[in-house]
Write a protein that binds this ligand. Structure first.
Ligand code: RIB
Ligand code: CA
Length: 314
């Protein structure tokens, strides 16, 4: 049975790897790419999503442009230092030929949820402004989707933008608080698992060998990304954070999850901190009255890597 998903994304090199993984997955029905600012400005994210669809020959996949600003505060400074000037490392992509779907990302999410009630998993691999806005457009949205899987947060490990905050949540902490407080089934794939799986250069070389077009693009774009991640390290590595939620949809047995009450920091020091209290671990009503989510805490590294390689090889 195929998993119907909408992928909310800020492509982005690891987003590209995840998007191609979804395209290659026979048990994933990708209804659309809804873009958001984060790694790059939202206009670039939208054009990059069109580029990735065209590279993969998926010109029938709707691509929308979403929020370009955080719920509260200043415009982002983006992450070109991680993903490169155009979002794909040293690659300067040709302008895509395709057109965007005229709807906003939030409107597309609401329209699809109404069209396929209870069937869609929202997979968010960028900041959460589109999901927060969709909740405001359609307050019944949690009843209309099957669930939400996000790459973001850091429950029991340090952050990657501040000592306590991961980039997707830090980029739009108020939107994240809205999304985590909604009454839907949410699974968070944070740095607890994604930072635990460093990929060596040989991984992208194998992807390129198995799939010269898509794997070759990942291999080429990841060189800049590996330069960033390998600073202050002995070994050369990179982290493909965004494919984890999709891997879990397909093979949940590769992951261990824990459940807890979650709150998101929205202050100066705790901006974007995802504080998860497993049930029964705190007397505080600030957490015990908050929503519970599932958090991925462990993943089978070798089986995950094999899944990525085998899927690119299809
Ligand atoms: O912290 C990693 C996350 O931030 C990934 O989604 C990456 O693409 C960036 O958006
Ligand atoms: Ca991303």
């Amino acid at each position: 049975m195929a998993h119907k998903i909408i992928l909310d994304t800020d492509p982005g090199i690891d987003d590209a790897m995840a998007i191609f993984f979804a395209f290659q997955s026979p048990d994933i029905e990708l209804l659309g790419l809804t873009t958001v600012y984060g790694n790059v400005p939202v206009t670039m994210a939208a054009q990059n999503a069109l580029t990735l669809c065209e590279l993969a020959g998926k010109n029938d996949i709707p691509v929308t442009k979403g929020v370009g600003m955080p719920w509260v505060g200043e415009e982002s400074t983006y992450a070109h230092f991680v993903h490169g000037e155009h979002g794909f490392g040293h690659i300067k992509p040709e302008p895509p030929k395709g057109e965007l779907d005229p709807r906003s990302s939030a409107q597309f999410i609401v329209d699809m949820a109404r069209k396929y009630p209870g069937e869609i998993t929202l997979v968010a691999i960028g900041p959460l402004g589109n999901l927060a806005l969709a909740l405001r457009l359609e307050p019944e949205l949690p009843k209309l989707v099957k669930g939400v899987s996000i790459m973001g947060g850091a429950a029991f490990v340090p952050g990657n933008v501040t000592p306590v905050a991961e980039a997707n949540i830090w980029n739009d902490a108020h939107a994240a608080e809205i999304v985590f407080a909604a009454d839907w089934d949410l699974v968070m794939f944070g740095l607890d698992v994604t930072n635990d799986v460093p990929f060596a250069p040989t991984f992208v070389d194998v992807l390129a060998e198995k799939n010269p077009t898509l794997g070759g693009f990942v291999q080429e774009s990841a060189q800049f990304y590996m330069d960033f991640y390998s600073q202050n390290r002995e070994d050369r590595v990179c982290f493909f954070h965004d494919a984890f939620p999709i891997a879990h949809l397909r093979h949940p047995e590769l992951f261990e999850l824990t459940e807890g009450h979650v709150r998101v920091g929205t202050g100066t020091l705790d901006r974007g901190q995802t504080v998860v209290a497993p049930k029964g671990t705190t007397p505080s009503p600030l957490w015990n009255d908050a929503n519970t989510i599932k958090v991925a805490t462990k993943v089978d590294h070798s089986r995950l890597e094999k899944l990525f390689i085998d899927t690119y090889a299809l």
